[in-house]
Design a protein around this ligand. Sequence first.
Ligand code: 13P
Length: 240
Amino acid sequence: MILAANLKTNLTREKTNKYMKGLERFLDESKSAQEVYVFPATSSLDKYTKNVVVGAQNAYPTLNGAFTGEIGLEQLEEFGIKTILIGHSERRHILGETQEILVKKFAFYKEQGFKIIYCVGEPLNIREAGHDVMMNYISAQYEGIDTEYENLIIAYEPVWAIGTGLTPTLEEIENIHKELKKKSPAPILYGGSVKVTNAKDVLALTSVDGVLVGSAALYLDHFCSMIDDAEAIEKIAGEK
Ligand code: 13P
């Protein structure tokens, strides 16, 4: 399964370094077979790892140039970064990234062969408007995106579940993922208030291929416990 930690605007370079060392040690010792990703703050990017894939939370669709405050491909290549998050709800809703901008980013980083974790998800008012409105809203977030791209991973993150402690029911997650799987063969992660207390149940759902974790992943032991959960679930499934 895929376990991804989005560290957002948290941890210094020094603390990230410590986090990555601890995570590598855990993966070495546990011999976990899970696919683990970490998305540190831009200022903490580095060539950290062997077991963990380090990705960028954001980058501009350019090699380099005059885009104040942004980084481009050249800055990612310095650290061997080949993975990027695109379409996170905080970039859509707080930073104002439109579908048009996201489509350009997607096309550029796809062209470079990047692994792309592309995020979709609805705000609360859309969810409350009913199932059809919600699915139409999410479908619009697929517009212009190559859903057949071989290095694509989708992350379903309901906006109202991010950082709030609220989550859809397991049944709702299962059903939405099933619908989203009809749109793309890519693996689908669930994100939004995944904690040590619910990770096992979410990961055990058949239509969930992994999790994208924010706040709980800031605690290394919590993130490692989720990796253990995924390992245990795969083991049981393999024994069946
Ligand atoms: P939380 O786990 O803090 O809800 O954040 C989820 C998220 O946005 C991951 O990208």
